[in-house]
Design a protein around this ligand. Structure first.
Ligand code: GRF
Length: 215
């Protein structure tokens, strides 16, 4: 039985597109339940509708409180029969109650190697810190932002001439591969939460050291 996945977005939705593409494969362990955008004008929502995918806006501005918005999202997720929730550029902080309802079933992608560079402008943070390697992280969502158990990570070099924009583009390319991979690990039961950490029964490349600058 395929897991049913809901994708929550607020913007351009390139990670959503990567997940949707992956879910089109017959042997992929997850299928799309619904796409929900917190903004009616999100480019990603227009794309999803044009593709004929189940997608709708739940406009956060139409709700008096965070909790009321989260209740509407929860109702839509339940109605769509979602088993898992993938945040993909979803720009809302969730209430503690919502996080608790989806604990262990909701994940997010962040464009940095967590626990470094949490929060806003992670690419700028990475460049200012002078790190030579950055990347992206898929993690379970917990109440503390960008802090849940890590499912998978991808590393990319940071170049001397990088700007936040060029680093963002390099990391985004990695995100589009990492997110479908991480979702497949969770949906197929190969990645599980054990004692606050994620255990993966997946291949890890031996000797796969990334040197930056190169050797
Ligand atoms: C991505 O960089 C993701 O890591 C971060 O927000 C961005 C969303 O981009 N959480 P997109 O909407 O998926 O194109």
């Amino acid at each position: 039985m395929k897991k049913r996945v809901a994708i929550l977005i607020s913007g351009r939705g390139s990670n959503m597109m990567a997940l949707v593409e992956a879910m089109r494969a017959r042997d992929y362990p997850a299928e799309l339940a619904i796409i929900i955008s917190s903004r009616p004008d999100a480019a990603g929502l227009a794309w999803a509708k044009a593709q004929g995918l189940p997608a709708k806006a739940i406009d956060h501005k139409a709700f008096a409180s965070r909790e009321a918005f989260d209740d509407a999202v929860h109702a839509a997720l339940t109605e769509a029969g979602a088993d898992l929730v993938a945040l993909a550029g979803f720009m809302r902080i969730e209430s503690a109650g919502f996080v608790r309802k989806w604990l262990g079933r909701q994940f997010n992608i962040h464009p940095a190697l967590l626990p470094l560079f949490k929060g806003l402008q992670p690419h700028k943070q990475a460049i200012e810190a002078g790190v030579k390697v950055s990347g992206c992280t898929v993690h379970f969502v917990t109440e503390e932002m960008d802090s849940g158990p890590i499912v998978a990570q991808a590393a990319v070099p940071v170049l001397d001439e990088d700007t936040p924009k060029t680093l963002e583009a390099r990391i985004l390319e990695a995100e589009h591969k990492l997110y479908p991979h991480a979702l497949a690990l969770v949906a197929s039961g190969r990645a599980t939460l054990e004692g606050g950490r994620v255990v993966t029964r997946a291949a890890v490349r031996e000797g796969g050291t990334l040197f930056s600058p190169q050797l």
